[in-house]
Design a protein around this ligand. Structure first.
Ligand code: NAP
Length: 297
């Protein structure tokens, strides 16, 4: 619950929440295996040598291992032709042991991201980025949902953050984060304001937010003066920056130290939303597996 009288904001810790979700999935998979079903399968397509993508993919594969999902890596050099990638996706779409196909973004600039994402069967679209699944999401119907927004909703639920009738402000309108989280908050009866780079008086709008989701991709953009006392602040941003000590640090879009003195609840970076994204990828893979095998979920 949001409290306005504490000295610093309560942390929304993605670690225990994501662990609980992964533990439940692990239990589900072991029950399915005991009943004689095959392992769920996730194919990961990684193109080029982006160090951040390498880390994200490593974490995803590790999570698959923990849960009992078979992961299948498909690596391509940074100068791969579009046709080679599309042929790989076609094969994976037809492969009965593959329930989910993840194309790690961003792709090298010569590749048509939209065409490649569209080529993934919507049944196997575990990133929830296919227009078919996005359409269901905006219609408020069950479907594969983008992992980060789904993870944010799970965090809000775990920490019992009131949503109904509250003013939720989302900074960012990407298909990956901003638009879907705005739609999910709307479905939970929040009054939602979507902001972007052309919004006027962004700081003033944010100050009216009971729930503020920041997904602008601008390191430490949001300061304490942007925050309504007691608000719930969800920081989606992820940036690798050089600290004063010369070491590399990870930070978000929010100035954590000062904002936590005003907010009621806040996600840390790292350890907040990022943890949930991987857990929700796993949940989506199991959802796709259950749909394919006709298992109850
Ligand atoms: P994106 O596609 O670059 O979208 C950024 C959005 O923020 C755009 O809609 C842009 O507005 C808006 N924006 C940029 N600067 C702004 C400003 N100064 N004021 C207001 N709005 C501004 O980024 P994304 O993919 O949504 O990702 C956002 C951030 O979340 C990134 O840091 C990314 O690394 C991180 N992320 C983290 C996770 C995770 O698991 N933790 C997952 C996904 C993304 P316009 O539309 O007007 O350009």
């Amino acid at each position: 619950m949001i409290s306005q009288n504490q000295e610093v904001a309560k942390l929304i810790d993605g670690k225990p929440v994501s662990k609980k979700i992964k533990d439940e999935l692990t239990e589900k998979v072991s029950k399915y295996l005991a009943a004689g079903h095959r392992n769920p399968g996730l194919a990961v397509i990684l193109i080029g040598e982006n160090p951040a993508s390498e880390i994200y993919v490593k974490n995803k594969i590790l999570a698959c291992k923990q849960i009992g999902i078979e992961s299948h890596m498909h690596r391509f050099p940074g100068d791969v032709q579009t046709k080679t990638v599309l042929d790989c996706i076609k094969e994976l779409n037809a492969n009965e042991k593959i329930d989910g196909i993840l194309v790690q973004l961003p792709l090298p600039s010569h590749l048509p991201t939209e065409e490649i994402l569209l080529a993934v069967s919507h049944h196997k679209d575990v990133d929830g980025l296919h227009p078919y699944n996005l359409g269901f999401l905006f219609a408020g119907k069950p479907a594969l949902q983008p992992c980060t927004p789904r993870g944010i909703m799970a965090l809000l639920e775990a920490y019992e953050v009131p949503i109904k009738g509250k003013h939720a402000v989302v900074i960012g309108r990407s298909n990956l984060v901003g638009k879907p989280i705005a739609a999910l908050l709307l479905q939970k009866d929040a009054t939602v304001t979507s902001c972007h780079s052309k919004s006027v008086d962004l700081e003033g709008i944010c100050r009216t937010a009971d729930i503020l989701v920041v997904a602008a991709g601008r390191a430490k953009m949001v300061g304490a003066s942007w925050i309504k006392p007691g608000a719930c602040v969800i920081d989606v941003g992820t940036h690798h920056i050089q600290g004063d000590d010369g070491e590399k640090h990870i930070c978000g879009d929010v100035k954590f130290e000062e904002v936590q003195k005003v907010a009621g609840l806040i996600t840390p970076v790292p350890g907040g939303v990022g943890k949930m994204t991987v857990a929700m990828l796993m949940a989506n893979t199991i959802f796709a597996y259950e749909q394919t095998l006709g298992l109850a979920h």
